[in-house]
Design a protein around this ligand. Structure first.
Ligand SMILES: Cc1cc2nc3c(=O)[nH]c(=O)nc-3n(C[C@H](O)[C@H](O)[C@H](O)COP(=O)(O)O)c2cc1C
Length: 197
């Protein structure tokens, strides 16, 4: 059973390490939910690229739908589901951009074509034909032929989700599951409670 006295980031690390061993692919895939200006929820998958006691980092295009939604409302939710473990982690919190040096260092660690792809994609805008994207890719390859010198576009960066709530869910026999929720108190300590499944 889940231990109420455990530190939530430690528990996250334990589960994530296990998921990295057991999941078929993308153990770092998580659902990101945002809210648009008209108060509608939107969700899609992104990849967790770093995490610490400060929070959870993903990278994206600030001009995409999610980027615009985050700029209008910085309350977000994340959800991991690892089928191989029959476990779920839900995170709620606020999001802010990482600093430029963090974003540069991750961008520069990506493969050449991934960096060219980030430059070429007007993420979430209407694409009239695949050839439009292919032409942009060719243009950027010509512009930046040196693999060691592809600049990070100003509209591509990382976002840090600072959690205020983290819930761990473990599948149990007969669907009588085990749920443990941590909520951040004003004094920055975590309060943990079990929930009915
Ligand atoms: C497993 C998986 C991982 C993904 N990871 C990312 C990611 O890290 N960053 C990203 O911008 N899009 C990622 N995507 C694509 C997004 O789900 C989404 O299609 C895209 O970001 C546009 O979303 P938006 O129009 O809501 O902004 C991923 C998709 C899948 C299926």
């Amino acid at each position: 059973m889940l231990d109420k006295n455990k530190e939530p980031f430690l528990l996250f690390d334990e589960w994530f390490s296990l998921a990295k061993k057991k999941e078929l692919n993308d153990p770092n895939a998580m659902n990101l939910a945002t809210i648009s200006e008209d108060n509608k929820p939107h969700s899609r998958m992104v990849l967790l690229k770093d995490h610490s006691a400060d929070g959870f980092i993903f990278y994206t295009n600030t001009e995409s739908n999610k980027g615009i939604q985050i700029s209008q409302n910085n309350n977000v939710a994340l959800c991991f589901h690892w089928k191989s473990l029959q476990r779920q982690i839900r995170i709620e919190g606020s999001v802010k951009k990482v600093d430029d040096s963090t974003a540069d260092s991750y961008f520069n660690s990506r493969g050449y074509m991934s960096r060219i792809g980030a430059l070429s994609s007007k993420q979430s805008s209407i694409l009239k034909s695949r050839s439009e994207l292919e032409a942009l890719i060719e243009d950027f390859k010509k512009k930046y032929p040196d693999e060691n010198n592809v600049p990070r576009p100003k509209y591509w960066t990382g976002f840090l989700v600072t959690p205020i709530k983290i819930e761990f869910w473990q599948d149990m026999p007969h669907r009588i599951h085990d749920r443990l929720v941590f909520e951040k108190l004003d004094n920055s300590k975590w309060k943990s409670q079990k929930l009915f499944p």
